[in-house]
Ligand binder design. Structure first.
Ligand code: CTP
Length: 402
């Protein structure tokens, strides 16, 4: 999943030959999961048709202040500017950039630029000599001084036949430039987060196991929330039906508590944050039969032995990491959770009380209380697990920045 998913991208197109690449650009933004609207200068319609762009973007295309089909409808550039999470002007001609640099707004693209409050990116495209002209350089400088971000032009053969700088960056490069730039500004950019999720299965024989009803949803939502804040996530998950496709999340599937212990320890040292939300089996069969166990007697006993407590083992070795655990309790909840926080050397514990309706296993909601190592107790209302995951990441950010 791209960081652009569900973001509103406004693509501005100006009158350069590179406008023919705008169709690919719209498609790539749509493929990344973004909502796309297009605003064009009137002259750019000589290079690419609004019909192509509206078909690809699945939205009307704006090129004048007044709707072309209905003279009484005004295309509101302020609304368009406010709608956008990101405004990308590609291609940006020398003419448009000079106007942007000087506050000229004699078309809807320029008026939208002046109204937009979101980050603005521009991808220059022009002939070699124009690119090198002092006035163009002055535009670049002014626009970057305004906080707009330049997506540098490439070098290559130009439409004029000249070879040199001025070729608009390729659509794939524009998308990855914007993605990387957004990522860099996210609060967990450069941080590594380790998360455990789901149940563990403890084998009894080749066909049977002892497991639990954990769906893994809380851990998967937490992985998504962390990745959406820019973190690189390793998600160690027991058997679950949950899926995740996010460019920043790597899933490591495991089966037993022992597998999970081993996988977690491979990644802990390099992690900055570890969030252990898995419902790990506390006990496993002491002996695992190599053949399927046959039914013989009227009763059947299984001897169990303790599994390793993964969370506790991390608390014992943690150095720079922020360590988060979960506690599922049915009685004396706060007391038990505080006990676990201390005995497992945690920075934060997320308490689920099974006395709360809508909390715990197999439901899509959760009601949690955060308890910090500095004894802050933060109660939260019943929310979807996705919202709880976002709250948890905000709490972690607060503690990281404290
Ligand atoms: N946990 C773990 N490894 C285990 C058992 C639990 O990492 N073998 C982690 C869970 O992922 C959770 C936390 O420990 O973050 C609390 O688990 P919980 O079962 O509520 O607590 P326990 O310490 O196992 O204590 P008890 O079952 O007695 O309440």
């Amino acid at each position: 999943m791209s960081i652009l998913r569900d973001k509103n991208i406004l693509l501005g197109i100006t009158a350069g030959i590179a406008a023919y690449k705008s169709a690919s650009l719209v498609r790539l933004f749509i493929k990344a999961g973004a909502n796309v609207k297009v605003v064009m200068t009137p002259a750019s319609k000589d290079f690419i048709t609004p019909l192509t762009l509206s078909t690809l973007s699945k939205n009307p295309v704006y090129s004048s202040f007044v709707d072309e089909d209905d003279n009484e409808v005004w295309n509101n550039h302020v609304e368009l500017g406010l709608w956008a999470d990101y405004f990308i002007i590609a291609p940006a001609t020398a003419n448009t950039m000079a106007k942007m640099a000087n506050g000229v707004c004699d078309n809807i693209l320029l008026a939208t630029y002046l109204s937009a409050k979101c980050p603005v990116y521009f991808a220059p495209a022009m002939d070699l000599d124009m690119y090198k002209h002092e006035s163009t350089k002055a535009s670049f400088e002014k626009l970057t001084a305004y906080g707009n971000k330049m997506i540098p032009a490439g070098t290559g053969e130009l439409a004029s036949g000249l070879v040199g700088e001025g070729r608009m960056a390729e659509p794939e490069d524009i998308v990855s430039f914007v993605e990387k730039d957004i990522l860099k500004q996210l609060p967990l950019y450069g941080k590594k987060v380790l998360i455990t999720a789901g149940p563990t299965y403890e084998a009894l024989d080749p066909v049977r196991f002892i497991g639990n009803h954990s769906s893994g949803k809380m851990g998967f939502e937490t992985a998504k929330a962390a990745a959406n804040l820019g973190a690189e996530v390793v998600l160690v998950s027991g058997p679950t039906h949950q899926t995740i496709t996010h460019s920043l999340v790597t899933v490591k599937p495991v089966v037993s508590a022992e597998d999970m212990y081993n996988e977690v320890h491979k990644h802990f040292e390099a992690s900055d944050i570890a969030i252990l939300s898995a419902a790990v089996a506390d006990y496993r069969p002491k002996n695992v039969a190599s053949q399927k166990i046959k039914k013989k007697d009227a009763t059947f006993s299984i001897e169990l032995e303790k599994t390793k407590d993964i969370l506790k083992s991390l608390g014992a070795i943690k150095a720079h990491q922020l360590l988060v655990g979960f506690a599922l309790e049915t009685n004396n909840e706060l007391e038990h959770a505080k006990g676990k926080l201390q005995s497992k050397n945690l920075d934060l514990i997320v308490l689920n009380s099974l006395q709360d309706k809508g909390a715990g296993f197999g439901v899509s909601t959760n009601k949690v209380t955060f308890i910090t190592s500095t004894n802050d107790v933060i109660e939260n209302p019943l929310k979807s697990k996705a919202e709880v995951a976002k709250d948890l990441m905000q709490q972690i950010l607060k503690q990281l920045n404290a």
